[in-house]
Design a protein around this ligand. Structure first.
Ligand SMILES: [Zn+2]
Length: 322
């Protein structure tokens, strides 16, 4: 390589790529984070909702200790191969050794403990794969080799994109309060069908065709028949919780997998389907079986008792009615 060419390259690497903002960026609340993600999108082209999804996914699966940020980049990835970790805060040294570590908050330092630096470095790295959805998926596949993780990131990204904000919050009780219903905690009770299984959810008894509302924001992950749950819907929310609505009599019109849902939106109707081959009904009194499962990034998802959440949402909906 020509000497002048090398010098030119070094100069390119030394010049700070983009001084995004003045230093001292804390990114402590949703609004600041969202603003920052949108700025990073204008600079790198990587859609803010993809970055938001990565951030949210990492936040979910990791127990963040005090002073830590949710997105943890491995030191070797940050500084590159053969680099000396003592210089990890120097963006041009990092890029010289093929590390991704860059300065995103404009303080001249590439710090892997700073959320702004980490997000920006990740975005630049993703943008180097190309600028179409396929390219972004390729980049995400490299980051998340487990298909399940990749699916989660795509689901979160779709939820953020649809809502056009990262401030997606709120819940609803699944049955409209002006219908009659009753429920109590039946967590862990025995089952009459399917061998020895314990009850992973709460049964809300109501008349057939009582509307069933989504309890959360989310995306329809699954819809259709299963032999225990009958006609059921599974909705994934941004906390990586899977909401399971079973034994339905029918679905709300046009509901399909991939739909983005908001709390209170009718997704189906109470019924008594299930416990047999497709179409079986009436093996038990009509009720909504509602289950919640948390995905912590591992192989399995863990059921937890939805009853306390149901009580909370019911109380909230009552307050809203007054
Ligand atoms: Zn049940």
């Amino acid at each position: 390589m020509q000497k002048c060419c090398i010098i030119f390259m070094v100069i390119l690497m030394i010049v700070p790529l983009v001084p995004l903002k003045a230093s001292g960026m804390d990114l402590t609340n949703n609004q600041e984070i969202e603003e920052y993600l949108r700025t990073v999108e204008t600079v790198t082209g990587v859609p803010w909702h993809i970055l938001a999804a990565i951030y949210q996914y990492e936040k979910n699966i990791r127990k963040v200790q005090k002073g830590e940020i949710p997105i943890q980049v491995h030191q070797n990835i940050w500084v590159g191969i053969g680099a000396i970790n003592d210089y990890s805060h120097l963006p041009f040294i990092n890029s010289f050794f093929g590390g991704i570590g860059k300065d995103g908050d404009g303080d001249g330092k590439a710090e892997m403990t700073q959320l702004a630096d980490t997000i920006y470095s990740l975005a630049v790295w993703i943008s180097e794969h190309g600028d179409t959805d396929e390219h972004y998926i390729k980049a995400l596949q490299a980051l998340y080799p487990l298909e399940k993780s990749l699916v989660r990131i795509q689901q979160f990204s779709a939820i953020y994109k649809h809502n056009d904000t990262i401030s997606v919050a709120g819940n609803s009780f699944p049955i409209p309060l002006n219908y009659s219903y009753s429920y109590r905690s039946t967590w862990g009770a025995g089952r009459s069908f399917g061998g020895r299984r314990s009850h992973e959810g709460t049964d809300i008894f109501a008349r057939s065709w009582t509307p069933v509302k989504s309890t959360s924001h989310g995306i329809v992950e699954i819809k259709g028949w299963n032999k225990y749950g009958g006609w059921r819907v599974g909705i994934r929310d941004l906390n990586n919780v899977y909401h399971y609505y079973a034994h339905l009599a029918g679905y709300s019109k046009d509901l399909k997998e991939g739909d983005i849902i908001k709390p209170g939106q009718v997704i189906g109707y109470v019924g008594s389907s299930g416990y047999g081959k497709q179409g079986t009904t009436g093996k038990f009194p009509p009720h909504l079986h509602y289950g919640m499962y948390r995905d912590t990034g591992g192989k399995y998802e863990w059921a937890f008792d939805p009853t306390p959440s149901l009580h909370r949402w019911e109380k909230n909906d009552k307050k809203g009615r007054r």
